[in-house]
Ligand binder design. Structure first.
Ligand SMILES: Cc1cc2nc3c(=O)[nH]c(=O)nc-3n(C[C@H](O)[C@H](O)[C@H](O)COP(=O)(O)OP(=O)(O)OC[C@H]3O[C@@H](n4cnc5c(N)ncnc54)[C@H](O)[C@@H]3O)c2cc1C
Length: 352
């Protein structure tokens, strides 16, 4: 088995740019199962690698305006049914638990999910690659596949200096998947869109969980003792993965500063370190595309902005499917929608 990666290291693209929140607050049974399985795979990789920093168990506080009460009750019920700890807090309770969130005021309320994590996707990918190599995987880094050609007998992958001949190919090429397939005359209902993240220096010794502000879609992720990551700055129109602005926009940086200040007076002491942008892959129903495009070419893409929390499980599932160990699922089929434009929709994890 052979892995081809265009960059000098794996997990250098969207996975490296991610906020990397792992949360059970996802809507569909598939997503719930994939998050659960991914958690087990993250744990396995952490213990195999001995890298104790791979998983950070910060817990997550999602902030809601009162209009969300119905949806929150639904999610709370679903979390409890699955045995996942969850608490609903008033603004007063939020300020008591996390004094830095001193500007959170009634009628805002919060959902506290203490089991939610921030992970290091690069560390995870390196650990898994190490394990896979011991099982016989060959890896070619700095190997961008320029084109695919498919015939009755094989798939030809045109690399920088040679052509690789394969019986079957699984494209886990993130937001490039559609472009690469198009070189073989095939297509997908798939549109890359842009989202942003900023790294802020924060007053040393702060005490914050992962925070999501559902009214604005902003999120804050603790990132070491003096640093936080803040997203999202999502731009819901199509971007070319080979030609988009990879640094954050000044308007995004401004909105991040205002957003943090609206929750915490400590935000006044924060300082922007840098900001960046990455792409996510949208599909018409916000489910991933997993399965065969033709007999010899399979895909696993369409993260819709929450592919870290489900990625390890989706990778495992897609590989098993491509190897014929599990049958393709019609509701995940890359052919379930026509290859035409569709409306891009925001949000991590479905209905919330
Ligand atoms: C700013 C931001 C914040 C995010 N926050 C979260 C979050 O909090 N939680 C969450 O769950 N998800 C989050 N996401 C989404 C998450 O990052 C993605 O869902 C995930 O990284 C997708 O992984 P992937 O392996 O499909 O794509 P990628 O990580 O982009 O990997 C695709 C790989 O394919 C390689 N490749 C592409 N084309 C070729 C080719 N022609 N030849 C060879 N190799 C090729 C690329 O080099 C790359 O290494 C966020 C994304 C962004 C951008």
């Amino acid at each position: 088995m052979l892995l081809l990666e265009s960059r000098p290291a794996v997990a250098s693209e969207s996975s490296a740019k991610s906020g990397a929140i792992v949360s059970d607050m996802v809507a569909t049974p598939d997503d719930q199962r994939w998050v659960q399985r991914s958690r087990a795979l993250f744990r396995e990789a952490q213990s195999a690698s001995g890298d104790q920093t791979m998983i950070r168990e910060h817990g997550m506080l999602s902030l809601f305006p009162p209009s969300y009460q119905g949806q929150v009750a639904e999610h709370e019920g679903s979390l409890r049914e699955r045995g996942i700890p969850v608490e609903v807090w008033s603004a007063e309770e939020i300020r008591r638990r996390f004094p830095e969130l001193d500007r959170v005021a009634h009628p805002i309320f919060g959902v506290w999910t203490p089991r939610d994590w921030h992970v290091n996707p690069t560390a995870y990918a390196f650990a898994v690659l190490g394990m896979a190599k011991t099982l016989g995987l060959t890896v070619k880094l700095s190997y961008p596949v320029a084109t695919l050609r498919v015939d009755d007998r094989e798939v030809q992958l045109q690399g920088p200096n040679d052509t690789i001949h394969a019986a079957r190919v699984l494209l886990a090429t993130g937001t490039w998947t559609r472009k690469l397939l198009q070189t073989a005359g095939m297509d997908l209902p798939f549109r890359p869109y842009r989202t942003q993240l900023a790294s802020l220096e924060f007053p040393s010794g702060y005490h914050l969980p992962i925070v999501r502000d559902m009214a604005t879609d902003m999120y804050i992720v603790p990132d070491g003792p003096r640093n936080v990551l803040v997203g999202d700055g999502t731009q819901l129109w199509e971007h070319d993965p080979d030609a988009y602005r990879t640094t954050g926009d000044p308007e995004f940086e401004q909105s991040v500063a205002e957003g943090v200040m609206s929750l915490s007076s400590y935000g006044a002491q924060a300082r922007l370190r840098r900001s960046w942008a990455g792409l996510c892959g949208a599909t018409p129903d916000r489910r991933p595309l997993i399965g065969p495009v033709c007999d010899r070419v399979w895909v696993a893409c369409g993260d819709n902005g929450f592919g870290i929390k489900r990625g390890p499980a989706i990778g495992e599932f897609a590989a098993e499917m491509a190897l014929g160990m599990v049958p393709p699922s019609s509701h995940l089929s890359p052919h379930r929608y026509p290859n035409e434009d569709f409306t891009l929709r925001p949000g991590q994890g479905g209905s919330l």
